[in-house]
Design a protein around this ligand. Sequence first.
Ligand code: PLP
Length: 400
Amino acid sequence: MKTQDFVQLEEKYGAHNYHPLDVVIEKGEGVWVYDVEGKKYLDCLSAYSAINQGHVHPKILAALQEQAAKLTLTSRAFRNNQLPLLYQELAEITGYEMSLPMNSGAEAVETAIKLARKWAYRVKGVKRHNAEIIVADGNFHGRTITIISFSSEKFYKDDFGPLTPGFISVKYGDAEAIDKAITPNTAAVMLEPIQGEAGVIIPPKGYLARVAEICKENNVLFVADEIQTGLGRTGKLFASQHENVRPDMTIVGKALSGGFYPVSAVLADEPVMGLFQPGEHGSTFGGNPLGAAVARAALKVLIEENLAENADKLGTYFMEQLAEIPSLHVKEVRGKGLLIGVELKPEAKGARRFCEALQDRGILAKETHEHIIRFAPPLVITKEIIDEALPKIREVLNMA
Ligand SMILES: *Cc1c(COP(=O)(O)O)cnc(C)c1O
């Protein structure tokens, strides 16, 4: 079967909730993927940063195979011998006392919201059902009904009401707007340290530190969604660490499994995480031994291979090189570590055609919003591979 055969099947039988590039991938290895016609591409999306460790990392694969042959699912009705070790390793690596495992990122965000509300009622003393959570315009936290309820993207929510109340959205990057929005009912402020889906939006220097301070002064929890920015992507374990911020809760997902399996988690200390009582929250698959074994291996690879350091070094280099490309189309190159956005001018007629031209040249990148190309390769990339890609990117950015 050829590319077009797969595309046709997908269009006919699958829901059309994505608009993918017409490349049908059948194999991946490190930074490379191969399509059904045998063509090789440099993956510059990394499944929205789930593949920080590279495609099919041999050590994570071995952990998956070994655990899959032994035990995959017990449900949390019983204990398994992988989850406690994941808990311990997460605590050692992240510095948070406790964690709660889920599967998708959206589920972990929902978990953090439940926890923030419970904290507001049980610890802060907010009147029941009155808790408010402050979020930022342009946010992306997932696709459940509650999460889209506070999206500023009309298209994500307009046909899906009634929406969940209890959220207030303020301008991203403006700490004083958060200060003004806080009321006695505010449970939490929830932010992405860098807004990935909004187009790699980097807040002004000092923003996160100031927000953390405002939260502390007002007895409000600070929740960081690091599902995309975390686990090495921006050059540190967590993007919050660029400003020495330690949020009350940090949400991780995506690269927590190196792309093998959906594993997410909420990280917090005992005074917050300790609030959940048996039965108040759960998931059949959350914390299963297969996911736990995979996550343990994925974390180990991240640390053993110094992937955050590599993202820092090579991200700086890649961004400098991209910024030096003379192009009439480029408005701005920005990013942190290996999370890089190239924003095109409105006259460039959209990022999609540039992504298609990159695809022709063996580079897979995806437009985000209309005018931004995101470059976020696996963190195992080398300088040589970046140097090979640059002339092709240069050519594309200078298309007519
Ligand atoms: C991808 C993402 C999510 C949602 O994760 P899913 O696994 O797709 O549910 C939430 N927040 C951020 C910042 C993300 O990038």
